[in-house]
Design a protein around this ligand. Structure first.
Ligand SMILES: [Zn+2]
Length: 275
């Protein structure tokens, strides 16, 4: 029996290791093909998730990225506990698992030779929630961009405010917006890239106030969930409601850019500012 179980487990494991099932068209794609295509489905162009470091590798010229403010991590000011345990235990385990100190990675580097500051959110870190540390990193990176006259790009991927930090989390919405608004004084460009999903407090703050707001195809971008809105207004919403395509059609998003084109698109935009 032991032999049988072992073989079955091995089979299951190897199948999972070989294939990826697309969340949109449900087709099975070779994992190597999926990864080669930057975690994008070759059949339906569904953009799967990637980690912040994977995105940084795609964006910056080789060996130009320098991480900044990675000494900032979450603070458990409220000593928050829920039925599953303490917030502190949860974020400490997440830091260990993901290898990042907060739900955003910040740093500087060169995009096709153009220097820029970025903040790249990572949904693996407590659902990309906006905690005090997340807000502080986004603000510090904005201040760094301001002091060094460098363009600032923020990639958002978030479930919204970090519930475990209560009002301190909500405060980050105003703090980050103030940080990016200050860049206007020096005419420093602020580009917001909304990644699947960008929701709640993040969609209602710094993610929507870019000089340019762009997105990847098919991203969920929303403040409240579809069900909540439908129940409130008593109407059925269109199928593509809260997607990047719908928001572009209605003027909230300026452009939708495929992942493989993002680097060239951004360097092209930045080259206009550099003239
Ligand atoms: Zn697909």
């Amino acid at each position: 029996m032991a032999w049988y179980s072992e073989t079955t487990t091995a089979k299951k494991k190897s199948k999972k290791d070989l294939w990826v099932k697309c969340k949109k068209c449900h087709s099975h794609i070779y994992k190597s093909e999926w990864e080669e295509n930057l975690n994008v489905c070759p059949n339906c162009n569904y953009h799967g998730s990637i980690t912040s470091y994977e995105r940084i590798n795609l964006l910056f010229d080789k060996n130009t990225f320098e991480e900044l403010f990675n000494n900032i991590s979450p603070i458990d000011s409220l000593k928050f506990n829920d039925l599953k345990g303490s917030y502190k235990d949860k974020y400490e385990a997440t830091i260990k698992k993901t290898g990042i100190s907060e739900a955003v990675v910040t740093g500087r580097g060169k995009i096709n030779g153009i220097p820029a500051i970025v903040a790249v959110m990572d949904f693996r870190f407590l659902g990309g929630s906006l905690g005090s540390g997340t807000g502080e990193k986004i603000l510090q990176a904005a201040n760094y961009a301001y002091d060094n006259n460098l363009p600032y790009i923020v990639f958002s991927a978030s479930g919204g405010a970090r519930m475990q930090e209560g009002i301190l989390s909500l405060m980050q919405m105003a703090k980050t917006c103030a940080g990016v608004a200050r860049l206007n004084k020096k005419n420093i460009p602020y580009i917001s890239v909304l990644i699947n999903p960008t929701t709640g407090g993040v969609s209602a703050s710094y993610a929507m106030v870019g000089d340019l707001n762009i997105s990847e195809p098919g991203a969920l971008i929303a403040f409240a969930g579809r069900r909540v809105i439908e129940q409130t207004i008593g109407e059925k919403l269109p199928d593509d409601f809260q997607t990047s395509e719908y928001l572009r059609e209605h003027g909230f998003i300026d452009s939708i850019v495929n992942r493989k084109d993002m680097k060239d698109y951004l360097s092209n935009v930045l080259s206009f500012y550099n003239r």
